[in-house]
Design a protein around this ligand. Sequence first.
Ligand SMILES: Nc1ncnc2c1ncn2[C@@H]1O[C@H](COP(=O)(O)OP(=O)(O)OP(=O)(O)O)[C@@H](O)[C@H]1O
Ligand SMILES: [Mg+2]
Length: 256
Amino acid sequence: MAEKVLVRPTSDPMVRSTPDPDVRVSTGIPGLDELLEGGFPTGSLITLAGRPGTGKTIFASQFLYQGARERGEPGMYVSMLEGRKAYFRNMNRLGLDLLPLEKKDLFRFLEMPTLSAEGLPAIWEEIVRNIDEAGIVRLVIDSFTAMSQAFGTQNDIRVFTHMLLGKIIGGAGCTTLMITESAPGLLGDVNPNPGMQEFIADGVVHFHLVPVAGDARVRYVEITKMRGTNHQMGPIPIDIGSRGITVRMPHIPGRK
Ligand SMILES: Nc1ncnc2c1ncn2[C@@H]1O[C@H](COP(=O)(O)OP(=O)(O)OP(=O)(O)O)[C@@H](O)[C@H]1O
Ligand SMILES: [Mg+2]
């Protein structure tokens, strides 16, 4: 299969080309791209939703690591929850050595302070400045939940997110993963009342950790939405091991 070539970004946002969603960005998760017609649509906004400890940070970091290391695509992790030291240490334990990539300016970690509504524009300015400066084409925001606590109303969230993420970041060709903490509910259930972030996103990936017989737990992800993509439906079993997240023996109907 011929490999599609991503258009390289420039540091000037005015001359960046419009992203082509037919060109795919690898998820960085072994075994997952095949279930997504090659990966996430370029420039799309993807929500990663799940309860604590379900693998959202690891997934998002593999996405950035793979892009930077294998494609030379600059990525940035914006963290409102986890500090720099703990983050680098945790990811290093999973084989994601991000420091050398940071030295080459292919990876940036932006630690954001506790948010207040007054501080949001400044924070967004800082994110956009970094995107332009480093030519970021893969972005992770951890988390939408932390950010949305600074908003007054649901409508504020919708307008702000649509404008900034949709127009500025998406328009610049930056594929964005936005992490959302799921409200506690029935284990393994997809939230029957999806939040704003699921409506505005181009794609939604849910993360689950469910008890099975005895003390065992099974991890899986479920893609409930991916605009313009014939994607796998239903649970996709995953493992988290010393090399991070991998898809476990995917069963693809109609494929070998
Ligand atoms: N080396 C490892 N081997 C196996 N499992 C691991 C390993 N490292 C981490 N994990 C699992 O991954 C989980 C953490 O994943 P991650 O940090 O991506 O979760 P998260 O969804 O981002 O959680 P939170 O919402 O709390 O930030 C741990 O709770 C643990 O179960
Ligand atoms: Mg996390």
